[in-house]
Design a protein around this ligand. Sequence first.
Ligand code: PRP
Ligand code: ZN
Ligand code: MG
Length: 225
Amino acid sequence: MNDNKRLRIAIQKSGRLSKESMKLLKGCGVKFNIDERRLIAHSDNMPIDLLRVRDDDIPGLVMDGVVDLGILGENVLEEEQLERQSTGKPCTFDKLRQLDFGSCRLSIAMPQEFEYSDSSSLEGLRIASSYPNLLNRFLAAKQVSYLDCMLKGSVEVAPRSGLADGICDLVSTGATLEANGLVESEVIFRSKACMIQSPIAQADDKQALIDKILSRINGVIRAKE
Ligand code: PRP
Ligand code: ZN
Ligand code: MG
């Protein structure tokens, strides 16, 4: 099992947040070497282990107290919180701070030829998404009923493949939508990266290390402003 004395930080293994997450930790003086084949990386100079996992897994790992800290997008955090609230699972965490990278938005996008006026245009249509709870919250508030199509990946090809009429997915530069003949019709959530902490009480020395990292992060971000 894990060495409970070492601080465990979950970061995205590969994707939009990976490089910036590692850069941030290195900027805080945490030294480590990544072996691409391994899930875990031990810091050489601090009692810290980095867990390199899928971004979607990070909120649950923190809420369940499997790891102490997580660097993740507010999009996956909010989605997991809504999911857990609806199923009665533990969903508490402390948000330590928003970070200055990973900006994106969760948007509904429709094929170019679709005539969109407002969200009522979506009535009765099938929308593919990896964010069913955020999509549902938005459309339920607008009293629009729609059909689900849960896809964990390749969401952007769903309309062309005939699986769905439209999608609800993350947009960063917009290149993915454009490449797939889709047009953004509604922004439903804006997101940045953030750092969160597990709700489980920490030993004093571990909490002191968390506080030190957080104050260094504040310094790193302030220096850039
Ligand atoms: C998102 C989204 C698109 C892409 C959009 O995936 O699913 O594939 O980014 O970016 P663009 O507007 O710059 O083209 P992401 O890599 O964030 O996460 P995932 O691998 O968990 O889907
Ligand atoms: Zn993901
Ligand atoms: Mg993707």
